[in-house]
Design a protein around this ligand. Structure first.
Ligand SMILES: [Ca+2]
Ligand SMILES: [Ca+2]
Ligand SMILES: [Ca+2]
Length: 300
């Protein structure tokens, strides 16, 4: 056995240095990746903070988000991205006027003289069950007051079935209302949070079950909604005054919220079942606020 020469010791030492350098490079590479991710996170944190603090009715805040690339304002560091104020592609966005006329919540529609209309006829659940607009569809009218959002729906439904109340009323004929009270604050979050309200509005069964409301989200509880319904030849009508306090917002002209109206259908007589849903939001996933459309409150 021969002893390593001085030259071999030198080569081993050099090799060790190179290996250590390679490891150091790799470690530096990892740190570099982490740094990039941290930077991205910081940028998004900034965007989120801006969206949280920007007033939805502040036109300047919106304008800063729409700077044209290459324009004078498009200077590095001069852009302040903010979340949009609409959800294009999610169905008809509604511009809702203030209510006029003398409105009585009795299920008889037509007493609100200024409303916006929306057709509920996009099948969003139970594709194999929904046989067309005669099976389930609706025409809704909306207006607003300082205290409530007024909703009137003329529902076409071939078989009226409701055996449930409270948190299971969705397993029967009912109207569902979705409102995202902080549209821009968490615009990209597809998980419902405390500002996302989902209500069920049931016409009852026109016998021993009275019209009633329930809050499904953010938590399940009974909902204090003034509500009435009437049986019709083609289905039923439902009329409701939904308090803004229940929707967790302070209404004002110009405010924009995430919003969707939907209908749930059960045609299984005597059973608790959900056959299908229709809406004006064609992409509706009930627990994903990014699939809802929007509502704007008009002044005047
Ligand atoms: Ca009425
Ligand atoms: Ca039906
Ligand atoms: Ca039905």
């Amino acid at each position: 056995m021969t002893r390593p020469s001085a030259k071999m010791w030198a080569l081993w030492a050099l090799g060790g240095v190179l290996v250590a350098a390679a490891l150091a490079c790799n470690a530096a590479g990892l740190r570099s990746d982490e740094g990039t991710q941290a930077t991205v996170a910081a940028v998004y944190a900034t965007i989120t903070a801006q969206a949280m603090t920007a007033s939805p009715d502040d036109p300047d805040a919106i304008a800063t988000a729409t700077v044209e690339p290459g324009s004078e304002d498009d200077e590095e560091g001069g852009l302040t991205p903010a979340a949009p104020n609409a959800r294009p592609g999610n169905g008809q966005a509604l511009s809702v006027p203030r209510c006029t006329g003398s409105i009585t919540i009795d299920g008889l529609l037509g007493d609100a003289t200024s409303t916006t209309s929306v057709t509920l006829a996009d099948n969003t659940f139970g594709r194999g069950q929904w046989t067309g607009v005669g099976d389930l569809s609706g025409e809704a009218q909306l207006c607003w007051t300082d205290t409530a959002l007024y909703v009137a729906v003329d529902v076409t439904d071939d078989v009226r079935v409701q055996t449930q109340e409270g948190s299971t009323m969705w397993r029967g004929d009912e109207v569902e209302l979705f409102l995202d009270g902080d549209l821009r604050g968490d615009f990209y979050s597809n998980i419902p949070s405390s500002d996302d309200v989902q209500l069920g509005l049931s016409p009852g069964n026109f016998e021993n079950l009275s019209p009633s409301a329930v809050q499904y989200r953010p938590d399940v509880r009974s909902a204090d909604v003034t509500i009435a319904a009437q049986r019709t030849d083609s289905g039923y009508t439902l009329e409701a005054a939904v308090p803004w306090s229940l929707l967790r917002v302070q209404p004002a002209a110009g405010q924009v919220y995430g919003f969707c109206l939907a209908l749930s259908d059960n045609d299984q007589v005597g059973q608790a079942s959900q056959d299908s849903m229709v809406s004006h939001c064609p992409n509706l996933i009930t627990n994903d606020p990014t699939t809802w459309s929007t509502i704007e409150l008009l002044g005047g």
